[in-house]
Design a protein around this ligand. Structure first.
Ligand SMILES: [Zn+2]
Ligand SMILES: [Zn+2]
Length: 631
């Protein structure tokens, strides 16, 4: 099989990953909908490739990735991209992407105009004057920021129900039919856009294409500064994970502000005190007046506290409910009830976090209450539903418990190690990306409709040393398409690594998986980790391996250093890829320096001292290249 054919096969398999609802002109699903699911999987329209042919078609222009693109049998060169004369917020951007990438992939410059002009065969972006009954019916089937993509009367329509849905439809069109992979925003000093176009040769989009797609995760957001930075330069690049989502007041840890008793880190006020209740209600109403478009108002516990109010009344509620979440759910239920008539579209959101993770056994959250369950106590090397991970097994039980009683269950999770994220130290190792897909699948199987992934957020942290860009990419992809298979997830991972790090990509994965594998195997190396991990974790402990006499050894560091030596011996990397490698290397050299330092402090071995100097120099050099100030 030639490389081209392998890529075609990968593309075809990726196409099959999306859950799609078939649409018909009558607006009826032409499949039976499963009782517990509102999305049905249908066989997607075939993309024809040259996979079956013995001889490959000649490239007219070898620089093009796509020789042949037709829509309903008509060549792409016959098409004009059309947006509404009064476009939605992202219609122009979506149309620009289409024109640009059709051009890059096929060499055809398609014309662009508005629906005020007639234009022959059209690719219609957004809600235009050319909407047919079939288009209108398909649009009605879209949920949230999904999209409809259909061919009707020889025209291709890509449209969302919300503005950004159209843009996401265009992203999927680019990926599925043109082989475009969008990896991120600007993450290098050269301000290079991070995307590639896969070799695909031949695509025929059928005349009866009619699909509706939306993610089960209606609200998706991943905060990783390097990716966010890209938006400023190249709007919505890799923004599968973006939703507009409006909060009244602050997004979290709001109770003491609303109760006028303190700030984010204050003790929690008494939830059975009528004065507190009335003050919170008054301030919730004020917030909602200030933010008339708010979809949520947050009333949630303060941060850094291990308990709520300990008064007799609050403790009695906790006892009745079998959980400290009891007083919170009763409190927010009462607020929700009091504001529901004035604000029928607003959800009152609270946290289930640290001491309130466990659901109450008596009171159910009201219909207009959302619960945001935070994974801060979870193990991050195992999937949430891994039965062999005791902490996650307990947490998975809480997810199930909340899913049974709560109509709006959200998850707050983390893309990195908060030892690194919170204290500005960028050297945290976070071996958690292999389990993203499985964890998200578990969440959506339990009615989770919103996932926020907290990562590095400060401009000075924009350069990741824990491959945060990969994590942000994978979270974005998985939240957009939670039904992807493990093979597809692996393909996304490998595509990213091979592009972003070049030939160093597979070696970096080997490095990460070596550490990850050893961490999971608590019979090996350092039993301090006990085979599990934490969201705030001093991974330095893991790398310090002691012999039977209790002396720190270099054995493990040396094993990892061999992989890094292989990486730095490569002479095939571009300047940008070298830069990315240096960013990823900071974390290793920091730990290597630290481990060797520990040993050097107890020995007179000159080789060890020499190693300390070498690693420290490499660490400083990598930090400087990565744009991080040396400590
Ligand atoms: Zn109290
Ligand atoms: Zn675990």
């Amino acid at each position: 099989m030639t490389i081209k054919r392998i890529l075609c096969a990968v593309l075809a398999s990726l196409m099959l990953s999306l859950s799609l609802t078939a649409c018909t002109p009558g607006g009826e699903n032409n499949e039976t909908t499963a009782a517990n699911s509102d999305v049905i999987t249908v066989t997607l329209p075939e993309v024809t490739t040259d996979e079956e042919t013995e001889t490959e078609p000649d490239h007219d222009d070898p620089s093009l990735k796509l020789d042949h693109l037709t829509i309903g049998g008509v060549d792409i060169s016959e098409y004009t991209v059309v947006i509404p004369a009064t476009p939605g917020s992202y219609d122009q951007l979506a149309a620009d992407f289409l024109v640009r990438f059709i051009g890059e992939a096929t060499g055809v410059t398609v014309r662009q105009t508005t629906d005020a002009e007639a234009a022959g065969h059209m690719i219609l972006v957004g809600a235009t004057a050319y909407d047919t009954e079939a288009v209108k019916a398909a649009r009605l089937q879209i949920k949230d920021d999904g999209y409809a993509m259909l061919v009707d009367g020889g025209n291709l329509y890509v449209t969302g129900a919300l503005d950004r849905g159209t843009l996401f439809g265009v992203y999927d069109f680019l990926e599925k039919y043109l082989g475009v992979r969008i990896y991120g925003g600007v993450t290098s000093p050269e301000k290079q856009e991070m995307y590639e176009i896969k070799e695909n040769l031949r695509v025929d989009i059928p005349a009866d294409l009619c699909t509706v797609y939306y993610s089960h995760v209606a609200y998706r957001r991943t905060s990783w500064t390097a990716v966010n930075d890209g938006w400023a330069y190249f709007p919505f690049w890799n923004c599968y994970n973006s939703s507009e989502f409006k909060f009244a007041g602050g997004p979290v840890h709001t109770i003491a502000h609303l109760a006028e008793t303190g700030g984010d880190l204050s003790p929690n006020p008494c939830l059975t005190d009528e004065n507190i209740y009335q003050t919170v209600l008054k301030n919730v109403r004020l917030e909602l007046e200030k933010y008339p478009n708010a979809q949520y108002v947050n009333i949630s516990q303060t941060d850094g506290t291990s308990h709520g109010c300990q008064c007799k009344n609050c403790k009695a509620v906790e006892a009745e409910e079998g959980s400290p979440s009891g007083p919170w759910i009763r409190f927010v239920n009462r607020i929700a009830n009091d504001i529901k008539d004035d604000y029928p579209n607003v959800l009152v959101e609270t946290l289930a976090y640290t001491f309130t993770e466990k659901p109450p056994k008596v009171t159910k959250p009201k219909k207009n209450v959302a619960v945001c369950l935070c994974t801060s106590s979870c193990c991050f090397v195992h999937a949430i539903d891994d039965p062999d991970c005791p902490r996650n097994a307990t947490f998975a039980g809480y997810v199930k418990g909340w899913a049974e009683i709560c109509d709006h269950l959200r998850i707050w999770t983390y893309s990195g190690n908060f030892q690194a994220v919170d204290n500005g130290d960028k050297n945290g190792f976070a071996p958690n990306f292999r389990v993203i897909r499985q964890s998200v699948k578990f969440f959506i199987d339990h009615n989770v409709t919103a996932v926020y992934v907290e990562g590095q957020q400060h401009p000075e942290d924009r350069v990741s040393t824990a491959m945060g860009e990969l994590r942000a990419y994978l979270w974005g992809r998985v939240l957009w398409n939670p039904d992807m298979t493990e093979e597809e997830f692996t393909a996304y991972t490998n595509d990213f690594m091979n592009y972003y790090y070049g030939d160093a990509g597979p070696l970096l994965l080997k490095y990460v998986d070596t550490v990850y594998g050893d961490m999971l195997d608590n019979t090996k190396y350092n039993k301090l980790m006990e085979g599990h991990s934490y969201v705030i974790c001093e991974y330095g402990r893991f790398f310090r391996i002691y012999d039977t006499e209790g002396n720190c050894t270099t054995a493990y560091m040396d094993k990892l250093a061999d992989i890094w030596a292989e990486i730095y011996a490569l002479d095939t990397l571009t300047e940008t890829q070298k830069y990315h490698v240096d960013c990823a290397a900071v974390q290793f050299y920091d730990i290597a320096t630290s481990v060797y330092n520990t040993i050097a402090s107890k020995t007179r071995d000159s080789d060890v001292r020499q190693k300390v100097r070498e690693y420290k120099a490499k660490w400083r050099e990598a930090k400087e290249i990565a744009g991080l100030s040396a400590k």
